[in-house]
Design a protein around this ligand. Sequence first.
Ligand code: RB5
Length: 140
Amino acid sequence: MASIIIGSDHGGFKLKNEIIKHLQKLGYEVSDLGCYSLESCDYPVVAKAVAEKVLEANTKGILVCGTGIGVSIVANRYKGIRASHCTDTFTARMTRMHNDSNILCLGERITGVGLALDIVDMWLNTEFEGGRHQKRIEMF
Ligand code: RB5
């Protein structure tokens, strides 16, 4: 089963733990790059760590902060990262099909656990369509 890199700041810590439990139940190997408590910390630190690991391991990652926005801004500064901030399953599906998204960003203060886990499932289970979308990604 695929390996998933995950990380959060304190604002995403609880949702991240729910996602880890969910993914482990499904049989994924999950690598948690922090944070490891509710103590206040800086989202750019974990977003950088996850972006670098996703590129190095050529796998997918999930980042969670309060809104999902801070981590997505940071992750998208890395060439080769296509981080998608999703709040619904439609955009989670489309960003895999059309953008070959390799990092999913979620906001614990925005999206409840039930919907967040559905978004994770949709994002992980949708394949990139390639074709004209591959050409567009190469234009980034
Ligand atoms: C932390 O308070 C919060 O700013 C952070 O989790 C995130 O929402 C930033 O975009």
